[in-house]
Design a protein around this ligand. Structure first.
Ligand SMILES: O=C(O)CCC(=O)C(=O)O
Length: 265
């Protein structure tokens, strides 16, 4: 770098990292969130799980393979997501609007950023025993915006590995053009299709520590297994979009407010 080239603030992405995101569809920001913030969010999560603070989504309601058959069967009250994270505690709100995060998202969207409360806005919890695996899917499947270009922001509150149900991604899969027969009715990649098996072989497990953040494009295929450890895994997940990419009126995406996040110089 020449003396005349100003250094980027450390919180901003270099042009190389921006290019990585555009090519791979995801980026890991190591240690972005301080331990004290993660511990606070983890403590709130443990408390809200213990007291079953609504709104909750249960494994039995999602109904993925291996989920408890009903809310009243064994494991039926296993929580998959603490919904409405933004309104649960200032720690989640502060993280969702963290200036360093917003600055990076503004770089990626190349415009001011909005936080839709209708999507993700949750703590994903993966429990031993009754927590279920999630097949290969992309987050955009149920979302309705002018353009399918949102970014999911996944914060690990503890170590995430394949063994405790950590995420895997297929790099570059946000750019794929797929045939209709590759997808099932719920927009998961069908495991029995040969072309999909070739894609699964490209999957990369993401090894995360507390405070690590994954940014991934809403068209990126990702999946996660079961939790075979003896501890609940907790991850805070919010979605973001550029302000020009509005939710389509009348859809679920427009059903809750979008928070405009101030852009910092
Ligand atoms: O933790 C998991 O099982 C994956 C969750 C996920 O990707 C989702 O709900 O969109």
């Amino acid at each position: 770098m020449s003396a005349a080239t100003p250094a980027l603030p450390s919180s901003l992405l270099s042009s190389e990292r921006l290019a990585d995101f555009r090519r791979d569809g995801y980026l890991i920001l190591r240690g972005l969130v301080p331990a004290a913030s993660c511990e606070r969010m983890l403590a709130v999560t443990a408390d809200h799980l213990q007291r079953a603070v609504a709104p909750l989504e249960y494994e039995a309601e999602v109904g993925y393979p291996g989920a408890p058959a009903s809310l009243t069967s064994e494991g039926g009250r296993t929580v998959r997501r603490l919904r409405g994270a933004y309104d649960r505690d200032p720690a989640f709100r502060d993280w969702a609007s963290d200036p360093a995060l917003v600055a990076i998202l503004t770089q990626l969207f190349e415009e001011p950023v909005s936080l839709p409360l209708a999507h993700h806005n949750c703590v994903m919890t993966k429990h031993p025993d009754f927590g279920t695996a999630t097949g290969w899917h992309r987050d955009i499947r149920y979302w309705s915006f002018e353009r399918p270009d949102l970014i999911s922001v996944w914060l690990a509150l503890g170590a995430e590995r394949t063994e405790n149900g950590g995420l895997s991604v297929i790099p570059g899969s946000h750019l794929l053009k797929l045939q209709a027969e590759q997808m099932d009715d719920l927009d998961f990649l069908r495991p029995e299709v040969a072309a999909n098996q070739a894609l699964f072989a490209l999957g990369v497990p993401l090894l995360l520590e507390a405070g690590d953040v994954v940014l991934f494009h809403s068209g990126l295929f990702h999946a996660a297994g079961r939790n075979s450890s003896d501890r609940v895994k907790s991850s805070v997940v919010f979605a973001y979009h550029g302000e020009s990419n509005a939710p389509r009126p009348g859809t679920r995406s427009a059903a809750l407010p979008n928070i405009s996040l101030p852009t910092f110089p």
